[in-house]
Design a protein around this ligand. Sequence first.
Ligand SMILES: *Cc1c(COP(=O)(O)O)cnc(C)c1O
Length: 377
Amino acid sequence: MIPVCEPVIGAREHEYVSECLRSGWVSSAGEYIERFEEAWADRCGMAHGIAVSNGTTALQLAVADLELEAGDEVILPTFTIISCALAVLRCHGVPILVDSDPATWCMDVDAVSDVIGPRTRAIMAVHIYGHPVDMDPLRDLADSHGLALIEDAAEAHGAQYRSGRDSEDAAWATCGGLGDVSTFSFYANKLVTTGEGGMVLTDDARASDRLRALRNLCFGHKQRFRHEKAGYNYRLTNVQAAMGLAQVERFDEIVAAKRRIGLAYVERLRDNPHIELQLEAPWAQSVFWMNGFVLAESAGMDADEMSSRLLAESIQTRPFFLGMHEQPVFRDLGLFDEQRFPIAQRLSRSGLYLPSGIGLTEAQIDYICATVQGILP
Ligand SMILES: *Cc1c(COP(=O)(O)O)cnc(C)c1O
């Protein structure tokens, strides 16, 4: 069986984790936490990193720091992981959904301005499957309407975005460095992994202090057990940070491997008329977190059937996200009633992703692509 994704854990991860265990600093104090935070923030071009327990809690902190009033709105794509919508709901906000762009599968940035209203407080952009969202228009909207821009970069460690592409000072910028705050996950299938883990990044020193406090139960400054605000325990351990630092130190290798695999799939599959790939926009460098495709009408099957056919050939796949507006849990809450997002619905029914771990060999990619071509001649 070719698994959909397997982490590759290097010698340095073993070394740093052992060092950590030997030192006895196994909880959320210890030098690896700061080193990991600094190294990752630096990579993304942000001043401050706040390491947390996972990508979901990273989003939760980012939204908590907006200090929403009940009924305030946050705009996000329907086609994403549930963590995004839950973060808003748990802070008494209202998630406002937009559809996907049919080419990048990321949020349709043109749809965002239509849903900005008097209660809008923030836009949450989510880079999907390693491909950047078109951030410039969102930055313009955020600035002109006084909104916060949260960037969920959990699937796009190291992805590059061409900012200001129509101007003279166009420049490549790293995803995770484009929002007012950005969030990452370091789950086992992400480009950097600490097993479970996450981080919030920001350039704003005061936001960084607030986020650190929120991460750690908002302990008092003068009197430790006197709390002015309601915080969370979302701490990461030094052991996890040790593993993360080792991964960050060889991050260029990881990105190169991901791009090599992603481009190999594109080369072998792009001419098949029955599937659509997530092609790189000219202003984007994807990190191909997961290599997905969407079945065209002409394929005559949905993602479920394709997935079973591939499984029979020992190839593991995963279905795409199901839009937030189709989630039973939100329907039960009376949310997103009657809302339709046709692009996202098509992605959910007809999209799936192929094995994408960096341990994948050229021969395995050949086999996988030949099998897909065989099923869809
Ligand atoms: C993985 C992921 C998360 C959540 O991360 P966890 O560490 O699993 O909590 C959030 N957003 C996106 C886009 C993700 O892919």
